[in-house]
Write a protein that binds this ligand. Sequence first.
Ligand code: GLA
Length: 380
Amino acid sequence: MKEKVHSKFVSLFGEGGVFYAAAGRINLIGEHTDYNGGYVFPGAIDKGILAEIKPNGTDKVRLFAIDRDEYVEFELAEDNLPSQHWPRYIFGVCRETIKRGGKVQGFDAVFAGDVPLGAGLSSSAALESCFAYAINDMNANGLDLFELARIGQSTEHNYCGVKCGIMDQFASCFGKAGHLIRLNCKTLEYQYFPFDPKGYKVVLLDTCVKHLLADSAYNKRRESCERAAAEIKKNHPEVDFLSDCKRVWLDEVRGKISEEDFIRAEYVIGEVQRVLDVCDALERGDYETVGEMMYQTHFGLSRLYEVSCPELDFLAKLARKMEVTGSRVMGGGFGGCTINLVKDELYDGFIAAAKEQFREKFGHDLKVYDVVISDGARKL
Ligand code: GLA
């Protein structure tokens, strides 16, 4: 990938620049908890974005995306929002850096990636984090890693229309090889947990479906949670997020919020606790409990939060039938991957059965990604 990026860079822009990289992510547990002030438990993966970048002495940004074979340029002022989707991630990062007092000189960049798109592995966060990191470094802006993650998140909010939480950009910036990171999304305290489940493999099964309107459905989930938290706050003023709520406090507002908002909140309150339970289980080396929690999360995401789909439900059900330790939809949902915790001895049989039965049922192939937990954003 590096060679390809470099030869394109030289052919378009002349003398080479500096390489930067940032990763996609997995999340073991803690889904749709980040924007509710709860815990998440992600790690960066060995698939990401690689960019070669060089300041060009103008106030223009010139970009070439290898995977799309497309060239785009824009100027840095706010009213130059690119019309295509992908350059908006980089435009947004430039603008959000400027809003935070950072300097952004024009630059040339060529980039490529190997994070599968639409698979729920945060290809967009990898792109944002890579450029946020690079721009900060090239301009010696001195913003810390949290600020760089927030730059990516605000890019999604203000330039891409997704009211996401901080998890993806956080994982992409803070990732560390061999470790998952438990983040409290309210206080931003975090802790690295070594993750090397001996005797088990973590594997992603990509349904290769991505449902339309996923972004607006995502934003609607967030609004449901905010309405539920606001109603609970009337009784318990200390509540800012659903993560502050006891389960019984939710019961007190049943009937005052819609049934839909109620079941969304019910899922979130359960999920916040499950992250803590999984971390405890991991410290004891109790992978069976970790797996059981993953199934519970899947149930909640499918039946209460309603962000699953038939393809994902099929894979989680098959995993259960084949005695896989844990399986669930990962990321925002509405398509993408399941994450599976599988005993070594069951791995080959499970993958073969999943491939065959999935193709039979849905008429197309799934994809299999073995997970390697890797480093986050960096200069190469
Ligand atoms: C997407 C968002 C994250 C998070 C997950 C669900 O990946 O970008 O902020 O909300 O969905 O856990």
